[in-house]
Design a protein around this ligand. Structure first.
Ligand SMILES: *Cc1c(COP(=O)(O)O)cnc(C)c1O
Length: 391
């Protein structure tokens, strides 16, 4: 159904979709837990891998699931993809499949709070230890990587300071040291950045964010080579982390419009970021598209668009910042991102609430930092809302 050479928007619409025998225009929702066979031989052909077919949904052998996996593999440029019940499920299965007791992970920069907790608290109980390095400590990367380092993990741009990491350079260093590079591409989305094309081994997404795009589903995916995905399959199956078929169907619906949504969000965020930079109440704007931003040159090289996420440091303290946030009407106060509705959050109250004051200071997460996820509302309406809240 899809030509792998087609451009991204075409693949978003068509990749993985099967014209249904009854003529439905794209893959139907097979909301079934199990599938029947006409003979034992036919069942064994699927169980023993001689034939592709549907068997049982928790295994991922369901046409609606396989269809969205082909679509996601195609748009991220990987051989295959496995979907999961959440982004955290995709990450945890990836770490468990590729690390065992005694192995090490190196994690760069700021990462999603759940990822931090998984790496810092959960995995050490299984003997898998993580070394965390800030972006300002990259000169120590060589020293902290050992022959036990299996995975170099990072997000780019990061949450909430939008720090940009050089995927190609880091992936080549990891490869030299025998480690896999796993990139969380949730913030950029495949429209703005393709880590596999830059040398990363595996890409994970919380499909809850841009890929889902409508704040109405929770899911995750890991994309890469069939060789690296293979060991992840049994972890997903036996931890029971499968995405529900209804969610897979909804996600495919969303991915068909991914390019138009993200391109509109890129434009809106760029306009808002440059206006915020001129505003007297604003101390600093973190947006990879701004020439004044530290990661701008690198972002220009490795990203095709700069995304819909902005963070802003205001003049003021925690209370005056919360008051400005509370005056916003169109931006809802919420912890997620990537949907059609614009969202705002003060990271010290949500994503980084659990960190100590010292740890926040070390990470540059100040009290007056505000993170914006630009939705699909009219840019002038969003700007008016920000202006009235700041004035
Ligand atoms: C939300 C998020 C996750 C976790 O995804 P869930 O779908 O909530 O499990 C991981 N990484 C990033 C960058 C996120 O924004």
């Amino acid at each position: 159904m899809s030509d792998p050479a087609a451009n991204l928007a075409t693949r978003c619409v068509h990749a993985g979709d099967r014209l249904d025998p009854r003529g439905a225009i794209h893959t139907p929702l097979y909301n079934h837990s199990t599938f029947g066979f006409t003979s034992t031989a036919a069942l064994l052909d699927v169980v023993e891998g001689r034939a592709q077919g549907s068997l049982y949904t928790r295994y991922g052998l369901n046409p609606t699931i396989r269809s969205i996996e082909e679509k996601l593999a195609s748009i991220e440029g990987g051989e295959a993809a496995w979907v999961f019940a959440s982004g955290m499920a995709a990450e945890s299965a990836t770490f468990l499949a590729h690390c065992r007791s005694g192995d090490e992970i190196v994690c760069l920069g700021d990462v999603y709070g759940g990822t931090f907790e998984l790496l810092a608290d959960n995995l050490p109980r299984l003997g898998i230890r993580t070394t965390f390095l800030l972006g300002s400590e990259l000169d120590r990367l060589d020293a902290v990587m050992s022959e036990r380092t299996r995975i170099l993990f990072f997000e780019t741009p990061t949450n909430p300071n939008m720090e940009v990491f050089d995927i190609a350079a880091l992936a080549s260093k990891a490869r030299e040291r025998g480690a896999l590079t796993v990139v969380d591409n949730t913030f950029a989305s495949p429209v703005n950045q393709n880590p596999l094309a830059l040398g990363a081994d595996l890409v994970v997404h919380s499909t809850t964010k841009y890929l889902g795009g409508h704040s109405d589903l929770t899911g995750g995916v890991v994309v890469g080579s069939t060789k690296l995905l293979e060991p992840i399959w049994t972890w997903r199956k036996n931890l029971g982390q499968m995405m529900a078929p209804e969610v897979a169907f909804l996600l495919a619906r969303s991915v068909r419009t991914l390019v138009v949504r993200v391109q509109a969000q890129n434009i809106t965020a760029a306009r808002i970021a440059s206006r915020l930079e001129q505003h007297p109440r604003v101390l600093k704007v973190n947006y990879p598209g701004l020439p004044s931003f530290a990661g701008h040159e690198l972002a220009r090289r490795q990203m095709k668009g700069f995304g819909g996420m902005i963070s802003v440091v205001l003049h003021g303290d925690a209370a005056s910042t919360a008051a400005a946030v509370d005056r916003l009407r169109l931006f809802s106060i919420g912890a997620s991102l990537g949907g059609v509705e614009s969202l705002v959050t003060q990271p010290i109250t949500t994503t980084h609430h659990g960190l100590t004051a010292e740890e926040r200071a070390r990470r540059g997460i100040v009290d007056s930092l505000v993170r914006l996820s630009c939705g699909l509302e009219d840019v002038e309406d969003l700007w008016s809302d920000l202006e009235q809240a700041l004035d």
